[in-house]
Design a protein around this ligand. Sequence first.
Ligand code: HEM
Length: 572
Amino acid sequence: MMLRYGATAPGLEMLYIALGATGSIALTIYTYTLYSGLILTMQLPGFESHIDIWVALAATISLVVVAAMAYPDRYFGTKSRPDLPGPRGIPLLGNLIQLLPHRKRMLFYLAELEHQYGELFTFTMPGWGRNIVINRPEWLEHTRKQDGVGYGKGPTALAMFRQFPGVSSAFSTEGTRWKASRQVTKPIFISKTFDSHVSRAMSEIVPVAKELLTSAAKDGLEVDFDNFCGRIVLAIFCKTSMSVETNMLTSDPACLSTPDRMMDAVMTLNHISSGRLYDPLWQITEIFTGTRRAFNLVRSELYDIVNNIIQDRKMSCEDKGDFLSTLLSDSSLGAKDPDFLRDTLVTLLFASRDNTQNVLGWSLYEMSRKPEWFDKMREEALALKDLDGEVTRYGELSKYHIHLAVFYETLRLWPGVPKNARLALRDDVLPAIPEYGYGPVRISKGDYILWSDFSMMRNPKVTPHTLIDSMSLKGKNNIQVWGSDATDFNPARHLDAEGKFIKPSQPKFHAFGSGPRLCPGAQLSAYEFVAIWAAFLPSFDFKPVEMKDRLPTDALTMSMQGPFMITVESRA
Ligand code: HEM
């Protein structure tokens, strides 16, 4: 039978289940043979040293068999969806064979599949079951507001985030525990904190960063811009939230090649966590690769650093008026739990550095191809020179129209979390989009919905005809749309005729997510972005060492591949 789209045909479903059951029985027999072999082999000299590997291998296979037999749909993805386009699957393995070679480039593979099948398509993968890609703002609008009720993060993502940033993190919790974790971080995102702490931290750290750039310019040194920005952002966070001075950033460019325990730990844990996303068996495979041991070691190190900071503050009983003092004085039950405190800080360390570092890096990359935006930002910073190139108060942020337009445009093309997924907790129907020929889309409980902000925000089809625009922007003259030039870097699309910044509407702009789990750090990162560029541009010119196309790594967040080496020149 020829299948139009390759999704499983209904007639074959029973056959697949039958094959799945037969395969499972075969695997069970194999496992028991393996156990018997194991017992026999244990008699052989030298075997004892490898017993852990053998036991783990046998346990893995048994686990797979049990999982496959208990949840054939989930495991093999046999639920048929001939109504949806997608690559053709095969019995038992779904689309695993097609996906495996792209494991480390899923972002691009998803974009290629979108190119082939459109914004709506499906594939299955053992361990994840059926995935339905929904790269349209209308469908995101519908599903994201049901976050936590109709859709959840699903066991795979929750298990991954429980390991890092931690069991009490906003990333790894749902329901009342998630609410508690969001609630406790609120003080860090209010404008009072921005004015009293963030701007103070910036006014100390940004001048150090400028001294470093001056030295690098004088000595003609190349600077790894990502590393440099990561250190600035993390140093600001440590100072703002915990009043901790770090040595990760000094005026000497040599500091950039000096390892920093906190910075290195956060980066390593982020990197390993990303790799777990498409390895449903990571809890087992990592035993063999040694990654698990390395992860645990680095995580203990980070936990020690953070626990020591908390402990020192508790011992000193000093109220420094920062976020940590606010946390410690919080009388709610959660905040008294030491692990909850630690996970809250680790979550913010993890979330604050990476995304802000990345948007700074991608903005430099984009502007180096369109240097007129460097000039426009510089002009704006100089025009507001009474502020001495420093955005000292949060209220001043809204005056930086060009900077904000560049910030949002960079994130449109290089969104913080380029691909994401949710598990359907109940049956649902996505709304029809008749203007693009889409009828209502059925989602079954247990399906994963998947979206790629990276693909969606580059899609020229996201036009004012969408339901979202007609609802939220009705009657406005300056409707900004991604349109046919969606892949171009053009911050002007976020400026009106008078050059005033217009914040793009969600979820057409989805770089900070939407719905209840909308990123709480959006304003903070905008503030940091504007303050850093406004301080740098009047004094320096920046150029990438190599003017070549740069790609993102396939990570949880939008990190750039390889070091991003730049040269700096002082504008004397
Ligand atoms: C350019 C910078 C940033 C970008 C692009 C960004 C993007 C995002 C996105 C897309 C999500 C939603 C993930 C999801 O729904 O699964 C998110 C969540 C989150 N972000 Fe950000 N973020 C940025 C900066 C920050 C900063 C500076 C902080 C804190 C200091 C922060 C803290 C968080 C937290 C705690 C969550 C979890 C929210 C939840 O699940 O309830 N982010 N961020």
